[in-house]
Every structure is written in C-alpha cells, then in structure tokens.
Design a binder for this molecule. Structure first.
Ligand SMILES: [Zn+2]
Ligand SMILES: [Zn+2]
Length: 352
C-alpha cells in the first residue's frame, strides 16, 4: 500500500470511528429494540456487496420487516432468521428495488408453515397496489407448490382448486396512524419521492415515510424521498432517523449520471430527466444533515446508498456531519444497531 493510500485509509478510519459513536455497545440480547440491516443498497442495479433495501426491526422479540428487495431471504438465512417468524411487513413504496424479494419470502413462509394452515396470517402493509403485488406473488409461488400438494395425503389447505393464502394485504391510503399492535405504533406520511409523476395518476403511486414508536424511542424510516414534503414533520424529535442517501453530493451525482448517459447513449432530455429524479426525489448527504438538524433527530443511520469504498463511506458520513452534530452511522448488510432508552449504538453483525 502506498503512503498516500495508507493516509487515505487512516483518514477514513478516523472519520468512521468519530462518526460511529463506538462507545460501549450493548450486546444484541440486552436491547429490546434492534435494527438489523438486511439490504443497504439503493436502486435497481444489483451489487456484489450490498443487497437491495430491506430492514428488520425487532422490538421485544417481535419482528417487523420494512421493504423486501432482492436478496432479503438470503440475508435472513445468513442471520439465522426464518422468514416465517416475521408476521408483519411494511412497504414504503413499490419501486422494484424495494419489493422484488417478496415472492422469495412468501415462498419460504408458505413452505415453513403457511401452506398447512398451521401458521397465523402474514400481514403485509403498503401503499395502493400492495394487494395486487401480494396476490400476484401468491399466484407466482403457487405454481411451484402444486406438485407438493398433488401427492396425497396433502397437508395443504385447498379451496375451490386453489391454495388458501395466509398472506393478507393492507393498503394504506392516508397519512397518520396506520398500525398499533400494542408493541409498536406506526405513523405514515406520504413523502415527495413521486413528485415527478403527473398529479392525475399519482394517487395510484403513493410513497410513505414511517415513524415507528417503541418503548425504547422513536425510529423514522425515510423510505425513498426528496428533500421537501412531510419527511421533516414526521422526523421531528426522532431518536433515530434511518434515511436514504441516494447520492453523496452534486459531484458524485454528475459523475455517475455522465457515465450512465454515455454507456446508454441517452439523449440530453433523458439525461436531464434522470438527474431531476435524483435532485427532487432523493436525498444527498447535505440535505440529510439539514433534515436531521432541523427535526432535532438524535442520531442518523444512512442506507439505500452506494459508497465506492471505505473512504467514500466515510465521506458520506462527513457530508451529513457538515450540518448535523449528532452521531451518524453508515452500516453495511447484516450490521445491527441497538436502541436503549433513546440511545443508539452499534451492536455487531448478525452474520454467523
Ligand atoms: Zn429505492
Ligand atoms: Zn424508490
């Protein structure tokens, strides 16, 4: 390693250590509220090192899955978690990077207990079209289970020639309280991620941020969102703001868009449309810092991002810290954070 590379590494490590509040972290079993990152990438392109967006919130031993991108089941297996023990799933929105892993999860759930009807329902919450997604997913997996069920005596519940689905879709079409099981309360707020969709068709395409209230504190999931709109209100006073960081800064955006435009031979109009999507419908690190500071959030966790290397990951953190004085975490897949009495700390990796 060259002297310059070593210096770059040291700078990255010191920024990472400063940013990550590496204080005495509680063990994973000590905290009643844990956040396990199953997928921290953003956008549909698949990556080697990061799975698509999916986060597991565990509160008092009860699991809630927020989004379900490609790779979710693989990460659950790596963490030693059977997806069928997760009975509640929330979708922030139905872009492909956030929901294409659902059929995998449904297949495992159905195989492990749902098919025989011994498991309770799996409740899936999300914006309009969630029922269509869930029903299509069940039809898709049904084809692969018919041969199992064709050999009598079958344990599968069949009605009118079709499997009885244990998956129940709940569409969210309003802001405010959308879920309360006595363990967590979930408040939804439509955000600005779809502002470029024409107003006439936008009601079919809602996109939400979620504020989750637990006994250990308030956790806000930004989902995908632009800098304006309701995210500021819903993040107010949050103990933890888990936020997308789709690009680091303007330079990062310009470089990645130029490369993509050249590769795909985009016209100037298409290139501008793509750039506008990031500027108006996603967040960069400076905007995240402003948002967290204005909302007086206590800690920020970045995800839905694509840092090139460790130095770049530290630059994402530094970008937020220009405007926000609190701790900023930049996890990778299977990193776990624990929340106790409103204080967030890293508590190891779930990778076995
Ligand atoms: Zn996304
Ligand atoms: Zn999106």
């Amino acid at each position: 390693m060259s002297g310059r590379a070593i210096r770059r590494c040291l700078v990255a490590l010191s920024a990472w250590a400063a940013a990550s509040s590496l204080t005495a972290a509680p063990g994973p079993n000590a905290s009643r509220t844990q956040i396990l990152f199953l997928g921290t990438a953003g956008g549909p392109p698949l990556r080697f090192d990061r799975s698509e967006p999916s986060t597991l919130l565990i509160v008092n031993g009860r699991e809630y899955l927020i989004d379900c991108g490609i790779g979710t089941t693989r990460r659950l297996v790596e963490a030693g978690i059977d997806s069928s023990q997760i009975r509640t799933i929330f979708f922030t929105h139905l872009h492909a990077d956030h929901d294409m892993g659902l059929a995998d999860v449904m297949a495992n759930d159905f195989f492990e207990g749902g098919g025989a009807g011994t498991a309770g329902p799996f409740d899936i919450y999300g914006p309009p079209q969630t029922k269509q997604l869930v029903d299509a997913g069940f039809q898709f997996i049904s084809v692969g289970f018919r041969p199992f069920a064709a050999a009598p005596p079958t344990a599968y519940r069949i009605r009118g020639g079709s499997f009885v689905s244990p998956f129940v879709a709940h569409e969210i079409d309003h802001d405010g309280l959308v879920f309360d099981d006595g363990n967590v309360r979930v408040i939804a707020a439509e955000n600005s991620h779809y502002v470029m969709i024409p107003a006439a068709t936008r009601p079919q395409f809602k996109t939400y941020s979620y504020r989750v209230e637990t006994a250990d504190g308030v956790i806000v999931f930004s989902g995908d969102t632009g800098p304006s709109g309701s995210i500021g209100a819903i993040a107010k006073g949050a103990d933890v703001l888990i936020t997308e960081a789709s690009y680091r800064d303007t330079q990062d955006l310009d470089e990645s868009i130029s490369a993509r435009a050249a590769r795909n031979h985009w016209s100037p109009v298409v290139t501008k449309r793509f750039r506008d999507h990031f500027v108006h419908e996603h967040l960069d690190t400076a905007e995240i810092g402003q948002l967290a500071a204005t909302a007086r959030a206590r800690a920020v966790i970045l995800y839905h991002y694509d840092p090139a290397d460790e130095a770049d990951r530290a630059a994402y953190v530094s970008g937020v810290k220009k405007n926000f004085a609190g701790p900023v975490f930049a996890p990778g897949d299977l990193d776990r954070l624990c929340l106790s009495s409103g204080v967030l700390a890293a508590c190891g990796s779930a990778r076995r």
